[in-house]
Every structure is written in C-alpha cells, then in structure tokens.
Ligand binder design. Sequence first.
Ligand code: THU
Length: 128
Amino acid sequence: MKTLLKQAIQVRENAYAPYSKFKVGAAVRGKSGQIYLGCNVENASYGLTSCAERNAIFQAIAQGEQNLSEILVVADTQEPVVPCGACRQVMQEFGIKTVYRSNLAGTVVQHKLSELLPIGFKSTDMEV
Ligand code: THU
C-alpha cells in the first residue's frame, strides 16, 4: 500500500485540472504485481473529464493486464478522497477487491469494493 501511495502522489502532479483545480492521482495493482498509474484529465467541454482511477485502470488494460486486485486514490483533501460511482463500477469490471482512499497527509482508509458498490451492474444482469 505504501508503494501505491507514493506512486499515486507522484502521478497526481501530472493531473490536467485547470477547471476544478482538483488534482487526483491513482495507482492500481494487477494480479501480476505490476502497478499502473493515472491522473485526472479535464476538458473545456467539462463532461469529457476522465477520472484518475479510470485512467489508471485503462492503462492496465492497454498494457495487457485485465485482472486487477487493488487501487489507491489520492487528492489534497482534509478527509481521504472518495471515488465516484462511475469509477467504482469500472473497478468491479476488472476484479478490484480492495480500495484505498487517501490524502496528501498520508491518511489511508481501506475498503472492500463490495462495501462501496454493494449492487453493481454485472454482465449477468443482462441475462433475460
Ligand atoms: N475526480 C477524480 O479524478 N476521481 C475521483 O474519484 C473524484 C473526481 C476528478 C474529476 C475532476 O477532474 C475533478 O476530480 C473534480 O471533480
């Protein structure tokens, strides 16, 4: 977890957040042990903004790793930052079980994804 925190804090520096000024970093670990990083990327067309967590997960997919285990998200907040609902849904898709919320002060709170997303939409929910 310490490694995830250190790397997420580093990649957060690269966030492109000129509109919200709210920089976020994320580090996700694959089942292989490899770590993938992401930061938030905003756009003048606000709705196109992409969260740090999803960017980290998509980086893992692009590198060929689809089975993921844990993710850490960090921002400069009083309380550890909270991942949005869309990112929780994407975490579920790739098997993430553990979510760490954190801040720059180094406070880390550990959750099970099932606690943050108790009834996520799954491929089996499309069965007729
Ligand atoms: N943001 C993330 O990157 N992750 C989260 O979990 C919460 C929100 C970003 C999106 C946007 O660039 C900024 O934070 C403000 O919403």
